[in-house]
Ligand binder design. Structure first.
Ligand SMILES: Cc1cc2nc3c(=O)[nH]c(=O)nc-3n(C[C@H](O)[C@H](O)[C@H](O)COP(=O)(O)O)c2cc1C
Length: 332
């Protein structure tokens, strides 16, 4: 089935993940795929308007394209935060309407915003007035016991009227009471059909599907129904899943090898060490690079040894590599 829109630059993206998709993680993902669209961790408007802006927003040009995800529910604050994001060079500003954590609910943003579509529309309008990069929304398909497709359809319809053209649909409900954020990513059932229906009902909008997707073959099947696929946990734990993305979805370069990625990672580690960064702050995001390769466990163990990492010696990679065996040997 051919889609009416031109191909989205978000055909394949890596999800915003708190504590995970920091700038080191994004740089590492970028070494594997030039074209995958990357997201920051969620940054709250409070952190930007009253905190250390550079700490939250600084990133390197090599990471681009990168979208900044914001958490908040005050249109003026979001507009100011979005403006900062644009000034710092982000390619998209995304509003979080999908996070179910208690802390986020106390701040009255995240998934509970799905119950207030008019407010989200105001937020989107204010952000769009403040910036010229795309303003997008990431959301769930329902909240608590609300199972009707009409709920998410009306939510998307209202926000689209405010000018939002891109919706990232984590295709399960958010349960605001009784489930932890982790359980909220596992227990509510996935309903991909809701995302497909959104695309059918709003063909002019860009609909990105998210939740439980693990392979590029699966992604390809989803792309018959929607404009883009967002990978979260799989991209983090098994980052080499991104290796074929450029060639397969963007007509770009063939995949690098794991060894080429590792060599580039070591260069990056050298640069970060020179800036005083703790080596483990970088390597912790790369521990899955050799997932599925014989000896991967040894590689991972060496590169997560904080005592050794604290010495800041790049020779740690040589030792880690000594655990990797030929592919013909038994897989860990
Ligand atoms: C550790 C972790 C942190 C997350 N933090 C955020 C976040 O800051 N903002 C957000 O919109 N979603 C967040 N999520 C949800 C992911 O973006 C994604 O929607 C979810 O993991 C489902 O996709 P997956 O099944 O491919 O992992 C987080 C998920 C994880 C595992």
């Amino acid at each position: 089935m051919s889609l009416p829109n031109p191909p989205s630059p978000r055909r394949l993206s890596v999800a915003p993940m708190m504590d995970w998709t920091d700038r080191h993680c994004r740089y590492f993902h970028r070494l594997i795929s030039r074209r995958t669209w990357l997201y920051t961790e969620m940054v709250t408007t409070g952190a930007l308007l009253f905190g250390d802006v550079a700490r939250h927003l600084a990133f390197t040009a090599e990471e681009a394209p990168v979208a900044l995800q914001l958490g908040g529910s005050e249109p003026d604050d979001l507009a100011r935060a979005a403006k900062l994001g644009e000034q710092w060079g982000y390619d998209e500003i995304n509003l979080n309407c999908g996070c179910p954590s208690e802390r986020v609910q106390r701040g009255a943003f995240g998934a509970c915003l799905m119950n207030e579509p008019a407010l989200v529309a105001d937020c989107v309008r204010a952000m769009r007035d403040a910036v010229s990069v795309p303003v997008t929304v990431k959301h769930r398909i329902g909240v608590d016991a609300m199972e009707d497709y009409a709920f998410v359809r009306d939510f998307v319809g209202t926000i689209a009227e405010a000018g939002c053209e891109v919706f990232i649909v984590h295709a399960r409900n958010a349960i605001l009471k009784g489930l932890s954020p982790k359980e909220n990513r596992e227990i509510p059932p996935l309903k991909y059909e809701y995302a497909y229906r959104l695309k059918r009902d709003f063909p002019a909008l860009e609909i990105i599907i998210n939740g439980g997707i693990k392979t590029l073959d699966e992604a390809q099947l989803h792309l018959e129904h929607v404009d883009g696929v967002m990978l979260g946990r799989e991209a983090y734990h098994n980052p080499f899943v991104l290796a074929d993305v450029d060639a397969r979805f963007y007509g770009g370069e063939a995949a690098k090898t794991r060894e080429e990625v590792e060599a580039a990672l070591i260069d990056y580690c050298a640069a970060e060490l020179a800036r005083g960064t703790f080596l483990g702050a970088v390597t912790r995001h790369a521990l899955g690079l050799y997932r599925g390769v014989a000896g991967a466990r040894g590689w991972r163990r060496v590169l997560s040894d904080n005592k050794r990492l604290a010495k800041g010696e790049l020779s740690i990679f040589d030792e880690a590599r000594s655990y990797l065996r030929e592919p013909s040997e038994i897989i860990d």
